[in-house]
Design a protein around this ligand. Structure first.
Ligand code: SAM
Length: 308
């Protein structure tokens, strides 16, 4: 029997894992996918229900017929450009398995800094203040950031020391966020609310001690011409208007109303946006103290705003 050149549409019967990875990588490379070998390992590993380390250790393993058919479909989808996270249905993020699908943005590695900073901020407040801390993640999307916070502070939430809310304009994204929270056993611990920026009454009492937001911050042109996953993700999750700053501009104007006295906002920004965001903050009627945190790529990624 002559083996087929491509795995798309025709999977080798009883092909070994090593062979499947090689052939899948070849197909994805020919389709112009930028990381064909890695993606091949992720897809073939997924077909085996195993991770890449297992795949490397078992190159001789053979895939069953049903799984091989599934794999062929996944390769076809990846070759057409669909993100791996949508094909596999999850993304590993901050050591958590976040369910992903076209209802929401795929969480990005750089957003781990936002979640880690929020966790540090909440921990410091819980130690410092004897009172309840109210934290609100605006624009939660898949719910990844709120989930990381809820898991870290289960006890504080159960004791009523931390009130945690998450909101989004997209009801679909909130559905996914709710599924992610439920899958990790913290479904009842986060109040979810649907609406524009700070409009939904997500927190009793209204104002937050900590606001966390990764709003859309790409320019419309970047979204239209962008490569990779951008064409597959909800436009509402990406498009920040002509200069990318439309949403941040609107949220910043609302900060004095949304934050409690001594409140802090953590805003994720795109490359080169920390300076213009700092200028917007300087224009607020209250004097905010502004610092920036840099991500692993050396980009100023989180703007921390403390109100008096
Ligand atoms: C860049 S995604 C961030 C998702 C998630 N927090 C993360 O970091 O992966 C931006 C999110 O903002 C939401 N969004 C867009 N416009 C909004 C608005 N006016 N009010 C609230 N959320 C909005 C989108 O639906 C999307 O889920």
């Amino acid at each position: 029997m002559t083996p087929p050149e491509s795995l798309v549409g025709a999977v080798l019967p009883r092909a070994s894992a090593g062979r499947l990875v090689g052939d899948t990588a070849m197909t994805l490379r020919a389709a112009g996918i930028p990381s064909p070998r890695l993606d091949a390992e992720l897809l073939v590993g997924h077909a085996f229900g195993r991770d890449r380390a297992w795949l490397h250790a078992h190159p001789e393993a053979e895939l069953g017929g049903g799984e091989a058919t599934l794999l062929a479909g996944w390769i076809e989808r990846r070759a057409a450009g669909e993100p791996i996270a949508y094909i596999r249905g999850f993304k590993e993020w901050l050591s958590l398995r976040i369910a992903t699908d076209p209802r929401a943005l795929i969480p990005r590695p750089e957003t781990e800094l936002l979640a880690e900073t929020a966790i540090t901020e909440i921990a410091a407040r819980l130690v410092r203040d004897g009172t309840t801390v109210a934290a609100w993640e605006v624009a939660t999307g898949s719910g990844a950031v709120a989930l990381a916070i809820a898991l870290r502070f289960r006890t504080a939430i159960a004791l009523g020391r931390l009130r945690l809310a998450a909101s989004d304009l997209s009801a679909e994204a909130l559905e996914l966020a709710s599924e992610n929270l439920g899958a990790h056993g913290v479904g009842g611990m986060v109040t979810l609310a649907c609406g524009d920026l700070l409009e939904p009454a997500a927190l009793p009492g209204g104002r937050a001690d900590l606001l966390i937001a990764n709003l859309p911050y790409l320019t419309s042109a970047e979204v239209e011409t962008g490569s990779g996953s951008l064409a597959w993700e909800p436009r509402r999750a990406l498009d920040g208007g002509t200069d990318g700053l439309d949403m941040l501009r609107r949220l910043i104007v609302a900060l004095p109303e949304g934050l409690a006295a001594d409140g802090v906002a953590l805003l994720e920004v795109g490359e080169g946006q920390a300076a213009p965001v700092g200028e917007m903050l300087a224009g607020l009627p209250v004097k905010a103290s502004v610092t920036t945190l840099t991500d692993l790529a050396g980009i100023e990624r989180v703007v921390r705003v403390a109100l008096p």
